[in-house]
Design a protein. Structure first.
Length: 126
């Protein structure tokens, strides 16, 4: 039995922690946000939040069971997460669209890094 390198264990822990947080935040806050939405764009943002929560569940299952659809699940998590990050400051906070764009780009980079970590772990497993 091969001993895992400490950095690969740490990478997996960070990926699982972040995806787990997205499950909770996406589902709970998305549900609460949808119930409290007063406008169409707020409802759309809440739905994207629910979708990234569901996508995070799929990504965790795919990672755990080493499924070939892990990449698709990570995309299904990262796209709505990015959309939520772009929409939320604008539709909930009244920020200008440029703030939403910057937030969305930042989240796209962060979700790509988490996806890279998940896929790197999956590739390293027998």
């Amino acid at each position: 039995m091969a001993v895992a390198r400490p950095w690969s264990v740490a990478r997996l822990a960070v990926v699982v922690l972040l995806l787990s947080a997205c499950v909770w935040l996406g589902l709970k806050e998305g549900y609460d946000g949808y119930r409290g939405a007063e406008t169409g764009p707020q409802r759309i943002a809440a739905v994207t939040q629910l979708l990234y929560g569901i996508g995070a569940i799929a990504a965790l299952v795919g990672l755990w069971q080493r499924r070939p659809w892990l990449t698709a699940a990570l995309i299904g998590w990262g796209v709505p997460l990015t959309l939520t990050a772009a929409l939320a400051p604008v539709v909930w906070g009244g920020a200008p669209w440029i703030s939403g764009l910057v937030s969305g780009v930042g989240m796209a980079v962060a979700s790509a890094l988490v996806g890279w970590g998940a896929l790197a772990h999956a590739r390293s497993q027998p």
